[in-house]
Write a protein that binds this ligand. Structure first.
Ligand code: AMP
Ligand code: MG
Length: 339
């Protein structure tokens, strides 16, 4: 090969390398980790996902849609109108919530029941600030309780008793997390974690290409501050995780006894069991959220029996013995690590 040909070959090779480098450098960015946080439904949310664009507007739209259906704090929401008998129309979110509530009430033997609302209010956890109810008031309110008294027929809610009211606070956050994950997945996102007030729905892997790391707080009563000390951490993905505990939201009776915001729909009274907090992992966060609330009502033994009967559900309970020392109890199928 003469010098001229050699020179031309080298030049072409050089141009090829430069071309390749340019292709890589100028290629539009495929994706990155996006992180958003803020306040929704009087609590914080934290969301992260790997994607090619910012979905914060769509996330807020999902929150708004859920709120306008199930938030009892929004006067014009579907649930507020149903509770006040201003309308019997049911939107898609409400139809799903009522349908899931029938199923979740059945699974928990009645411990999860959104018709508990009049009792939640009577015990001072709703929007009315009343004196504590006595047994006869509780008994008369119990007549309004039972999701079996609420049906959806041809897009309209039918309440056996017009005074029956719905409270979806025990599943709204979990459902909100599920809805955001569904929206992100519809847009091609594979890796994400959505947390609203401690309830979490997740998919895929974290930014280190590992399972998502979840931490459970130590349950501690504190009037003016909430302890965030971690009791336990574990890794998982493609599921929902929710925690319930009376320690976060409680009132104090005249004799100084604290009582929680979770009401037993069977007795109508706030329920204090051996379980201080229940963390549930389920295929979706709506289920996890409902079960975690129900497990606070049911106590350790009955909750364990429900987990045993539902193989796609796992749970961790934090209990206290008589001396007050905390104990972590895992469901039999727990395989995620115990520290
Ligand atoms: P969570 O924080 O998810 O455990 O939900 C607790 C909230 O759900 C309470 O503040 C009440 O508004 C409502 N609630 C209380 N008891 C029950 C129950 N047994 N079933 C369904 N919702 C309940
Ligand atoms: Mg719940």
């Amino acid at each position: 090969m003469d010098d001229k040909k050699k020179y031309r070959a080298l030049l072409l090779a050089g141009l090829g390398v430069v071309g390749l480098v340019l292709v890589f450098v100028l290629q539009p960015e495929r994706g990155k980790w996006w992180r958003h946080s803020g306040v929704v439904w009087a609590t914080e949310y934290h969301i992260q996902y790997y994607g090619d664009r910012d979905y914060s507007d769509s996330i807020l739209e999902v929150f708004r849609r859920v709120e306008m259906s199930v938030s009892a704090f929004a006067h014009e929401s579907t649930v507020s109108k149903i509770n006040d008998n201003r309308s019997d129309s049911v939107d898609a979110v409400m139809a799903y919530m009522i349908e899931r509530s029938h199923e979740l009430c059945r699974i928990t033997g009645g411990a999860f029941d959104p018709t508990v609302r009049p009792l939640v209010n009577a015990w001072g956890f709703g929007d009315d600030d009343m004196a504590l109810p006595d047994t006869s008031q509780v008994d008369s309110l119990l007549r309004l309780v039972g999701i079996d008294k609420v049906k959806v027929v041809a897009g309209k809610v039918v309440k056996q008793n017009p005074a029956t009211q719905l409270d979806f606070s025990a599943i709204a956050k979990g459902f909100g997390c599920d809805e955001v994950v569904r929206m992100l997945k519809r847009n091609g996102v594979e890796d994400c974690l959505v947390e609203v007030g401690g309830e979490i729905a997740m998919a895929g892997r974290n930014s280190e290409r590992k399972l998502w790391r979840i931490s459970i707080d130590t349950p501690e009563y504190s009037a003016d501050s909430v302890s965030r000390a971690s009791m336990l951490a574990f890794s998982m993905s493609d599921c929902g995780v929710a925690t319930s505990g009376n320690y976060r939201n409680y009132r104090t009776a005249a004799d100084g006894t604290p009582y929680g915001h979770i009401i037993d729909p069977v007795t109508g009274f706030p329920r204090q069991t051996d379980v201080l907090s229940a963390t549930v992992c389920a295929p979706d966060c709506t289920t996890a959220d409902a079960l975690a609330t129900a497990f606070m009502v049911l106590g350790l033994e009955r909750s364990q029996a429900i987990v045993d009967a539902n193989p796609d559900v796992k749970a961790v309970f934090i209990t206290a013995d008589k001396s007050g020392s905390l104990k972590t109890v895992f469901s039999k199928n727990w395989s995620e690590g115990k520290r």
